[in-house]
Design a protein around this ligand. Structure first.
Ligand SMILES: Cc1cc2nc3c(=O)[nH]c(=O)nc-3n(C[C@H](O)[C@H](O)[C@H](O)COP(=O)(O)OP(=O)(O)OC[C@H]3O[C@@H](n4cnc5c(N)ncnc54)[C@H](O)[C@@H]3O)c2cc1C
Length: 467
């Protein structure tokens, strides 16, 4: 809870050598907006926010923090569940003003600065009928999502966002500007594809483009919560038969008061089954037809543009709420697992809670195990319990307990965890997230960031320096 004692006193504006961006300090009119992230359960007060406009600004910001012994938080889209893009007392290296996008349709490469969010990249690439596989919520940052993996609608067709990374430009802890690709610092390039927040500040990402859309087949069908297990079973059965172009998901939620929800269902638990087919519309219609055959009370499957698909989930996860998230990758799901999901759906701590199940597989498993630092090839599903509450005065306890309860109950099916969905969960969970890549990553951290300047991430702590 915020109390007046947390409010920092207005501070004088320091001179930041070589920095030409905006310097925001406590007391500035823009300070409160600059320190806020997606998750308003995170309420931190940095002493300085340095809003960078280019790579030189990033170098100056990192050098300033190091020279003054200040903690560094690197912020792009601000969607870290744990609020890792902001810190108390230290410096926020705010990349959000860096909005450059260059699309090269002939070479099928997009070069993207780290302040770009998915909605902006999708709009620019779809002008050419192309897309980079991204996430599902269009205001997440391209940088943070890609550097930790990046799972979305195109994943089963074209892989993770990080599988589509060709190269990055990065400011290192020492202030060097390096490019990492398959041929330049290849070991660093391996590491940034899954653990990228640990090694420096990425100031440009070069990403593969694929022909997508513009029109696809997708949408949702909705069942009453009383039919959770039956509906989920139909989804799991279908998942075993669909081609790689199709991706399925389920959302166990409380029905919102929306035009497409029958009045009698509003406020009650419902099971949303969603799907999208990233190939021909007619093929998608046939592939997803079994979802319609299960007797849903709402059916919104339709032709939709890729840009629309990328924003379908936005309204259900808006910024500025309070959230606590627990997530794991899961193996094949049997009826016992589906019963666990249904049970916890009906015990949600608030009407805003969401229990999400994402289909994986397909092209997500094409990259060989160990080919990138992202370790979780071969998982069948990802489950994410998103506890959300609105009142800042409310205790987080019941919501945290609900998300943890879901997670514990599903541990028997767990096969790992996703670094981008990790909260502040301790060293064992960080190790679990990096899986088989962990030791190799720690050795690289030693090489590139020996003093752990970049520690506000799912951190690979290097060995302390000997005096
Ligand atoms: C509403 C919502 C929806 C989501 N949906 C998806 C989804 O569909 N698929 C998916 O895979 N994930 C999803 N995520 C998780 C998301 O991938 C992570 O939260 C991701 O880290 C967000 O990146 P960001 O740039 O927005 O966040 P930030 O908080 O700005 O950054 C996240 C982390 O990356 C580091 N970082 C950011 N930019 C850089 C950079 N340029 N160089 C070095 N380090 C950097 C930060 O220091 C921080 O540690 C979602 C999260 C939310 C809140």
């Amino acid at each position: 809870m915020t109390t007046d004692t947390h409010l920092p006193v207005p501070s004088t504006r320091p001179r930041v050598e070589g920095f030409r961006g905006e310097v925001v300090v406590p007391g500035d009119p823009s300070y409160d907006a600059a320190r806020r992230v997606w998750n308003h359960a995170i309420d931190r007060y940095p002493s300085l926010v340095l809003r960078c406009h280019d790579t030189d600004d990033v170098r100056a910001a990192v050098a300033h923090a190091r020279a003054h012994g200040l903690v560094v938080a690197v912020r792009a889209g601000g969607h870290s569940m744990a609020g890792l893009g902001v810190c108390d007392d230290g410096v926020v290296v705010d990349l959000s003003p860096m909005k450059g996008i260059a699309v090269d349709p002939a070479r099928r490469i997009a070069t993207v600065e780290p302040g770009v969010i998915w909605r902006e990249l999708d709009a620019a690439t779809q002008e050419h009928g192309l897309a980079v596989p991204g996430g599902e919520v269009s205001d997440t940052g391209v940088a943070g999502l890609t550097l930790g993996g990046g799972i979305g609608w195109l994943g089963r067709t074209h892989g993770l966002a990080c599988d589509n990374l060709r190269a990055v430009t990065m400011v290192t802890a020492e202030g060097r500007v390096v490019r990492a690709s398959a041929t330049e610092h290849p070991e660093l390039f391996w590491a940034v594809r899954g653990a990228g927040a640990n090694f420096g500040v990425v100031t440009a990402l070069e990403l593969d483009l694929h022909p997508v859309g513009p029109v696809l087949w997708g949408g949702e069908v909705i069942h009453p919560g009383a039919r959770d297990v039956e509906a989920l079973r139909s989804l799991v059965d279908l998942a075993g038969r669909v081609p790689e172009e199709t991706r399925l998901m389920a959302a166990l939620v409380t029905a919102p008061d929306a035009p497409f929800v029958p009045p009698e269902a509003v406020g009650s638990p419902v099971c949303v089954l969603a799907g999208a087919h990233c190939g021909a519309v007619e093929e998608g219609r046939a592939t997803l037809a079994p979802l319609q055959a299960t007797g849903p009370v709402v059916d919104t499957l339709r032709e939709l543009s890729y840009v629309e698909l990328q924003q379908v989930v936005d309204k259900t996860l808006p910024p500025a709420r309070r959230a606590y998230v627990k997530s794991d990758f899961l193996g094949p799901l049997d009826d016992d697992a589906l019963t666990v999901l249904a049970d916890w759906h009906h015990r949600a701590s608030s009407p805003h809670c969401q229990l999400l199940l994402h289909q994986l597989g397909g092209a997500l498993d094409r990259e060989p195990e160990g080919g990138t630092a992202y370790p979780a090839r071969g998982a069948a599903w990802m489950v994410t319990a998103v506890a959300i509450w609105l009142d800042p005065e409310e205790s987080p306890e019941p919501h945290v307990a609900w998300a943890r309860g879901v997670w514990e109950a599903l541990r028997p099916w767990s096969v790992g965890t996703y670094v981008n969905h990790l909260g502040d969960e301790g060293a064992d969970r960080v190790r679990e997230a990096y899986g088989a890549s962990y030791e190799r990553l720690v050795a690289l951290k030693q090489e590139w960031d020996r003093d752990n300047v970049f520690r506000l991430n799912q951190n690979l702590a290097p060995c302390p320096r000997l005096a």
